[in-house]
Ligand binder design. Structure first.
Ligand code: NAD
Ligand code: TDX
Length: 330
């Protein structure tokens, strides 16, 4: 099988490529990635079964040609960081909405199968004391330019399935952690801050809750949906990993041998979503997926070790990232 993996040089996409090489000997992959600030060629393994094409998913001729040559499109490419979307929304509209549109048109024309990767943020947020979790029936209510552009892309996929009968599935996953995540994101930012002797930065009071899942659990769920999912269906992916940001920072500090209060409070993110929580029972019961990483502390320790061992991978991005946060006052 030949798979076109968009955004395969990013965090989740590059872990998907590595997992697929290890577990799916029948799959050859072409990575289509624009290598934006978030993409890193060094995240991709050197392997005969992986070819990198540097290019933009919003470029129609390129996308038409590539989709025609593949059996399956696994669509990870996106602008992915909320803080950036609050600073400059335009790349989010261009890549997440127009880029997904171009892929859908190519999939429609060439009759190929698509799996669209999305986020739980399309559902908005939950109160801290609300017993509810997100399901595929939760109404869309996105808060930021990032999450609203992802919501728009999901709705385009649903419309192309219904009106043009393309074969496509959608997954909405919670916050991922693991190796090779950009240092702008919460967990890698704090780990590399501690390695650099900088105090971790907590937005606001740090009461916000995220539902953490290891990136390999996300990617195994993606393969489960590609193999067994029903076209037109949406599957929520989550591993019951709810934790507030303050507790995550304290755990990072403790595991890295620092005092648990050795962090700074910085100004809050505008419109900051309070809590995300996933009910993944549909994926578990209908398709038989289960997470393998059930111990967040152990997964976090392995992630800290990865950043300790791979400084050349993140060093070049660290300075520019912290300069950006300084400008944003966070
Ligand atoms: P990332 O920012 O690490 O990677 C995105 C990749 O897409 C980069 O390699 C970048 O170069 C590439 N890209 C950006 N614009 C492009 C364009 N126009 N054409 C081609 N390539 C382009 O993001 P990530 O965290 O790996 O997220 C991947 C996907 O998973 C996104 O769709 C995101 O919405 C979704 N998601 C992420 C999380 C999370 O916790 N990180 C959770 C749920 C869903
Ligand atoms: O320095 C920080 N301090 C801090 O307190 C940073 C960078 C973040 N935070 C907080 C904000 C969030 O409550 O930590 C939490 C996680 O922040 P991010 O890593 O920016 O993730 P989030 O905004 O929750 O979105 C992530 O999960 C869903 C991904 O970036 C999205 O791509 C995905 O869709």
């Amino acid at each position: 099988m030949k798979a076109l993996v968009t955004g395969g040089a990013g965090f989740i996409g590059s872990n998907f490529v590595r997992l697929t090489l290890a577990e799916r000997p029948d799959v050859e992959m072409t990575v289509l990635d624009a290598l934006t600030y978030a993409g890193n060629e060094a995240s991709l393994p050197d392997d005969d079964r992986v070819t990198l094409v540097k290019g933009d998913i919003a470029e129609p001729e390129l996308v038409q040609d590539l989709v025609a040559e593949h059996d399956l499109v696994v669509h990870f490419a996106a602008e992915s960081h909320n803080d950036n979307s609050l600073d400059n929304p335009w790349p989010f509209i261009q890549t997440n909405i127009i880029g997904t549109y171009q892929l859908l048109e190519a999939v429609r024309r060439h009759g190929k199968k698509l799996h669209h990767i999305s986020t739980d943020e399309v559902y908005g947020d939950l109160e801290l004391d609300d017993p509810a979790k997100f399901t595929a029936e939760t109404p869309y209510n996105p808060s930021s330019p990032y999450s609203s552009s992802k919501a728009a892309s999901d709705l385009l996929v649903r419309a192309w399935v219904r009106s043009f009968k393309i074969e496509a599935t959608i997954s909405n996953c919670s916050n991922n952690y693991g190796p090779a995540q950009h240092v702008e994101k919460f967990i890698p930012r704090q780990i590399t801050n501690v390695l650099d002797g900088i105090r971790p930065k907590l937005y606001g009071k740090g009461e916000n809750v995220r539902d953490w899942i290891h990136v390999d659990d996300h990617n195994r769920a993606v393969w489960t949906i590609i193999d067994k999912g029903v076209s037109g269906e949406t599957y929520l992916i989550g591993a019951d990993g709810e934790m507030d940001n303050k507790s995550v920072i304290e755990m990072i500090l403790e595991q890295m041998g620092q005092a648990p209060d050795a962090y700074d409070h910085v100004s809050d993110r505008p419109g900051h979503d309070m809590r995300y929580a996933i009910d993944s029972s549909k994926l578990r019961e209908e398709l038989g997926w289960e997470p393998m990483y059930k111990d967040f502390a152990a997964g976090l320790a392995a992630t800290i070790a990865w950043y300790r061992d791979n400084e050349p991978w993140w060093r070049a991005k660290k300075l520019e990232t912290e300069m950006k946060y300084e400008r944003l006052g966070r």
